[in-house]
Design a protein around this ligand. Structure first.
Ligand code: NAI
Ligand code: A1CAB
Length: 275
């Protein structure tokens, strides 16, 4: 039997985001990766695009993997667990050859995964879609059976797609509400800024370019200088000028409160999904 090293269960949006970067960064070669995905069309895309082996049999992927990444929706987890029930998953006294299970499922607690996978090493992770271009950020929490070698394997994988922070598991729902879901909030903002530019008379292509680069450049400036966002806002707002007129409108529309509430709502939904 072929020995794979990286098994992906669920070749959807986030699974592909991680897979694509791991292959591009040569963390795993296509021959060392296998994806289990029930949709034939998705299997064909993944096989064609990345040269990986594909299957519709979760057990096949799990059996041959040193790292098994679970990337299905939380609602599908029970089906996956029953597929993988009783698999030995590298059952060995040597922790180095034991399969590490990495779950990126929003909300699903380590305790559920550990009891389903017979106390195997499980790492719970919340990544985000900028992982596709190596600009992701993942928060990770290690399960009880995770040894340093296992954690290193998980960190190597996530480190290849962006930054990694370790947090207590109790904070992962909050992470989900902020950085896991955050790319959608930022994408809405870029789209709305572009719409604003069009409303003010700019051609769409120029408005979109200005909107995107403004978000990118502002993030870069804050990161490189370590400046507090409030200080940057103060620097941009000239007395009696244009920016304070715009900021006034944002405050009137409760822009900041909307973002705070969005993060809180997504955190709550993550908790619900885990119940
Ligand atoms: N999309 C995102 O930005 C992020 C998603 N996540 C988590 O990643 C997981 C997947 O989310 P998405 O990629 O957005 O969803 P998705 O729906 O794009 O991908 C899920 C994939 O799993 C496949 N699937 C369905 N049943 C299956 C089964 N029984 N066995 C194997 N595969 C099966 C589906 O066909 C689909 O391709 C979720 O648990 C989500 O919480 C985490 C961080 C960010
Ligand atoms: O929307 C979701 O449920 C997933 C988890 C974080 C981002 N996407």
């Amino acid at each position: 039997m072929t020995e794979f090293k990286f098994g992906l269960i669920g070749g959807g949006v986030m699974g592909e985001a991680l897979l694509s970067r791991l292959i591009a960064q040569k963390i795993y070669s296509p021959q060392d990766a296998i994806v289990s995905e029930p949709q034939a069309q998705r299997r064909a895309v993944l096989q064609q695009q990345y040269g990986v082996e594909v299957t519709d049999d979760n057990r096949k992927a799990a059996e041959v993997s040193e790292v098994l990444l679970l990337a299905v929706k939380p609602q599908i987890l029970d089906a996956v667990i029953s597929d993988l029930a009783a698999l030995s998953l590298g059952d060995t006294p040597n922790p180095e050859s034991e399969t590490v299970i990495i779950s990126i499922l929003a909300g699903v607690p380590l305790s559920k995964l550990e009891s389903a996978f017979l106390h195997r090493p499980v790492v719970r992770v919340m990544p985000n879609t900028p992982a596709t271009v190596g600009a992701g950020i993942s928060a990770i929490a290690a399960g009880k059976a995770v040894k340093p070698d296992h954690l290193e394997r998980a960190q190597n994988i996530l480190g290849a797609v962006g930054e990694v922070v370790e947090v207590p598991e109790s904070l992962l729902d909050a992470v989900t509400g902020l950085s896991g879901s955050g790319p959608a909030y930022v994408a809405l903002m870029v789209e709305a800024l572009s719409d604003g530019g069009v409303a003010a008379g700019l051609p769409r292509a120029i408005a979109s370019k200005l909107a995107l680069q403004t978000v990118l450049g502002t993030a870069e400036l804050l990161q490189q200088t370590g400046m507090h966002p409030a200080e940057l806002k103060d620097r941009v707002t000239s007395p009696g000028g244009t920016t304070i007129a715009g900021v006034g409108k944002l405050e009137q529309a409760a822009f900041r409160s909307a973002l705070i509430e969005a993060v809180k709502a997504a955190c709550e939904r993550s908790k619900e999904l885990g119940r």
